[in-house]
Ligand binder design. Structure first.
Ligand SMILES: *[C@@H]1O[C@H](CO)[C@@H](O)[C@H](O)[C@H]1NC(C)=O
Length: 185
């Protein structure tokens, strides 16, 4: 998963006109992790969600899933679209960090998971995240007077911890999001 993620990151760097290795140093002592999800069948799928709508806060997510389906992504027009499972393939999500690094050229995708009334579902996401100490901000090569930085810099470790805390405590406040670091021009 790490090898694949590095490869994807290199391709993303090249697509932005940056050297392939531009992001690699941020991943020394990375905070990547794997999650094992099991969604049991739910008798009233219209009343519950497997995972509520959210964006992944890290760099990339590589998702392995079975053939049950349930993952939905939010399109530009705000409509939810099913992501059809394709056998022997991974789903790649761009996370918030790539959105900030690319100064909004890439967009982090909002997604959610629906439950199924008949079948249980298994999924295994791999979250590819930089080191705790990394300060995240738009790449200097991508900003100038015409296209200024759209985000203030923030510390990845602190951002991630804050989001997890508000997740677990189910606080009645908005989760920390990258738009909190958005610079209004
Ligand atoms: C990564 O961790 C090792 C062991 O704790 C440390 O020696 C090294 O300086 C760390 N590298 C970075 C870039 O922080």
């Amino acid at each position: 998963m790490e090898k694949l993620s590095y490869k994807l990151l290199e391709l993303i760097a090249l697509s932005l006109g940056l050297p392939a290795e531009r992001f690699s140093d941020y991943f020394e002592n990375d905070t990547s992790f794997v999650r094992l999800n099991h969604y049991p069948p739910c008798p009233s799928p219209e009343l519950a969600l497997g995972v509520g709508r959210h964006k992944d806060s890290g760099a990339l997510t590589v998702l392995s899933q079975d053939d049950v389906g349930g993952l939905e992504v939010r399109r530009k027009d705000g409509e939810w679209t099913k992501v059809k499972p394709i056998p022997d393939s991974y789903i790649i999500n761009v996370g918030d960090i790539i959105q900030v690094w690319s100064n909004d050229r890439y967009k982090s995708i909002e997604h959610r998971v629906k439950v199924n009334s008949e079948r249980e579902r298994f999924s295994i996401p791999f979250f590819f995240n930089p080191a705790h100490h990394v300060m995240v901000k738009p790449m200097e090569e991508l900003i100038d007077e015409q296209s200024p930085a759209k985000y203030r810099e923030y510390n990845w470790g602190k951002f991630f911890k804050t989001r997890k805390l508000s997740d677990f405590k189910k606080l009645d406040v908005e989760n920390i999001q990258i738009h909190h670091f958005k610079i209004s021009n």
